[in-house]
Write a protein that binds this ligand. Structure first.
Ligand code: HEM
Length: 145
C-alpha cells in the first residue's frame, strides 16, 4: 500500500525539485512546439536554457537530494532549489528578450546568470558538507581496534 504524503515530504528539497522540473519542461516543450510551428527559432537559446537548467539540472538536484535524506530535509537545500528556480526563470526571460531584439533583456540575463551561479555555489557547498558529514559518521561507526 502506498504511504500517505506527509507534511515532512512537502518540506523536502526533492519534493520541490520534481514537480517544478516537470512544470518548467512542459513550458519549454510548448515553447519548442511553438518555435517549430512558427519556423522562427530566434528564441532557441532561451528554450535550451529553460530545458537544461529547469528540467535536466533540477531533476538531477532532486535525485541527489533524495539519495541524501539529511540534506534533503535541510532548509539550505530548499533555499538552493528556490534560488535555482528563480535564476532559471530570470535567465530564460533575459536570454529570450536578447535573442528577439530586445536589448532590455541584457541586464535581466546578467542578473539571472548571477542567480544560477549562486544556486550552483550553494549546491557545491551542500555536496561538500554532505561528504564531510558522511566521513564523520563513518568514523563514528568504525569499531575500535
Ligand atoms: C516538445 C518538445 C520540444 C520541442 C518541440 C523542441 C523544439 C526545439 C526547436 C525547434 C529547436 C531549435 C532548433 C534549431 O534552430 O536548430 C530546439 C533547440 C534546442 N532544444 Fe528543444 N524542443 C523540445 C524539448 C527539448 C528538451 C526537453 C530539451 C532539453 C532537455 C531541449 C533542448 C534543446 C537544446 C539544447 C536546443 C539547442 C540545440 C542547438 O544548439 O542546436 N529541447 N528545440
Amino acid at each position: 500500500m502506498m504511504r500517505a504524503k506527509s507534511w515532512e515530504d512537502d518540506m523536502k528539497a526533492s519534493s520541490i525539485c520534481y514537480p517544478a522540473a516537470v512544470l518548467l519542461v512542459l513550458v519549454g516543450m510548448v515553447w519548442g512546439i511553438q518555435m517549430a510551428m512558427s519556423q522562427d527559432h530566434s528564441a532557441m537559446p532561451a528554450h535550451a536554457h529553460l530545458n537544461l537548467l529547469g528540467w535536466v539540472s533540477l531533476f538531477l538536484f532532486g535525485i541527489f537530494y533524495q539519495s541524501h535524506p539529511a540534506i534533503d530535509r535541510s532548509g539550505l537545500a530548499r533555499a538552493q532549489v528556490y534560488v535555482w528556480i528563480l535564476g532559471t526563470v530570470v535567465l530564460t526571460v533575459g536570454v529570450g528578450l536578447v535573442h528577439t531584439d530586445h536589448p532590455v533583456g541584457d541586464p535581466i540575463a546578467a542578473a539571472g546568470s548571477l542567480i544560477v551561479l549562486l544556486g550552483m555555489l550553494l549546491f557545491g557547498w551542500l555536496v561538500l558538507k554532505g561528504r564531510s558529514d558522511e566521513q564523520t559518521a563513518g568514523r563514528r561507526l568504525t569499531p575500535a581496534e
